[in-house]
Design a protein around this ligand. Structure first.
Ligand SMILES: [Mg+2]
Length: 153
C-alpha cells in the first residue's frame, strides 16, 4: 500500500499572509514553519510520501523553497500554473487535476487544506473508487503555533 499526503501551504502550515491578488513579499518572506508544524509534517513523512500543492505561482519558488528547505529533495512542491486572472473555479480545477495526477501511483491519499471548498470539490470530483481518500480540514493556529485539524470530510 502506497501512502501519500498532499498538503497545502498558506493558511494550512503557515498563517495566511500570502494572497494571489495582493501578494505581500515582505510578509511571505518572513514566514517560518513552527516547531510543532515541523514535527507534524515529519510524522506524515515517516508514514508515506509528502507533496506540497500550493496556489503560489512559480515566481514564488525561491521564497517557498526556503520556507520548506527541510523537505527539499524529499518532498516535491507543485506550484500553480494558472493562465490569466485568478478565479475560484480555476483554482479548484487546478487542485483537482494536480491531485489526480500526483496520486496516480498511490493507494491511500490524505489531502490537507484550510479551504473547505477545495476539499468538498475534491470529494465530489475525485472519482477513483480503487483509492482510499481522506480529506482533512486543517488550519494553522497562531495561538497554538501549530496546524490544527478541525475535521475529516
Ligand atoms: Mg490555503
Amino acid at each position: 500500500m502506497k501512502i501519500l499526503f498532499i498538503c497545502d501551504i498558506d493558511g494550512t502550515i503557515v498563517p495566511q499572509e500570502f494572497s494571489i491578488n495582493e501578494p505581500n513579499p515582505e510578509k511571505a518572506k518572513s514566514l517560518k514553519l513552527s516547531p510543532k508544524t515541523l514535527i507534524t509534517l515529519h510524522m506524515m513523512r515517516s508514514h508515506g510520501d509528502l507533496i506540497f500543492l500550493t496556489g503560489r505561482g512559480i515566481g514564488w519558488q525561491n521564497i517557498t523553497c526556503k520556507l520548506l528547505r527541510t523537505f527539499l529533495g524529499k518532498s516535491k512542491i507543485h506550484f500553480h500554473n494558472l493562465k490569466g486572472e485568478w478565479s475560484m473555479e480555476k483554482y479548484l480545477d487546478f487542485k483537482l487535476k494536480n491531485i489526480k495526477k500526483i496520486s496516480e501511483s498511490y493507494d491511500i491519499i490524505t489531502i490537507i487544506d484550510d479551504m473547505v471548498e477545495v476539499l468538498e470539490y475534491i470529494k465530489e470530483n475525485f472519482n477513483q473508487e480503487t483509492k482510499k481518500l481522506f480529506l482533512m480540514h486543517a488550519k494553522y493556529d497562531p495561538i497554538e503555533e501549530d496546524m490544527i485539524c478541525y475535521r475529516i470530510l
